[in-house]
Design a protein around this ligand. Structure first.
Ligand code: HEM
Length: 154
């Protein structure tokens, strides 16, 4: 093999490897850029949703909570417990209209939590016992810990 052919083959091989490397580098760069772009888009959609769901804490009447019963996915979900109101929209799978605890949303749910019931028919209508008050206070602590404070109940 003459010097010219050897030089040509070695140049081709170097160029060949470089082409593969260049292609791989471009591929990784492109997929990285696309991944970053999609992540930024998801983060911005999440921020927009958080802004939309934000509730300025205030004093609510039980009646005013009604529109926030989880039936409209574009609105926050509010639950009143023992004088406080929590914005539980992050738990919409629980409290949305198809959620297992949707009945607590948009109202003062103190008695549900105290009596550990999911329908008013199960409520015996009697005053809360000390044990039931403790139940309710534990649920209130839970909501306070997990969700956003949205004010107090008048
Ligand atoms: C047979 C009865 C019940 C079963 C099997 C049950 C099951 C569950 C399960 C699996 C969870 C999810 C826990 C998690 O986050 O991993 C949950 C959460 C919850 N349950 Fe029940 N539950 C029952 C009865 C009740 C009752 C009577 C109440 C009424 C106060 C209640 C209120 C709640 C609440 C408030 C949550 C928390 C939702 C959240 O994270 O915001 N549950 N339950």
């Amino acid at each position: 093999m003459g010097w010219f052919q050897r030089a040509r083959e070695s140049l081709f091989s170097v160029t060949g490897i470089s082409t593969v490397c260049l292609f791989a580098a471009s591929w990784f760069l492109a997929t990285d850029l696309i991944r970053d772009y999609l992540a930024a888009k998801r983060a911005s959609a999440r921020r927009a949703l958080e802004d939309q769901m934000r509730v300025q804490p205030r004093v609510w009447s039980a009646h005013e909570l009604a529109p926030f019963d989880g039936s409209d996915p574009s609105k926050p979900i509010l639950i009143g417990v023992d004088g406080e109101v929590f914005n539980v929209w992050r738990g919409r799978d629980f409290y949305g209209s198809n959620g297992p605890y949707g009945m607590f949303a948009g109202k003062d749910a103190t008695r549900y939590f105290a009596k550990q019931v999911v329908t008013l028919e199960e409520d015996d209508g009697k005053d809360l016992t000390e044990e039931e008050k403790d139940n309710m206070k534990s649920w209130k602590e839970f909501l306070r810990y997990k969700y956003d404070f949205a004010g107090t109940l008048a």
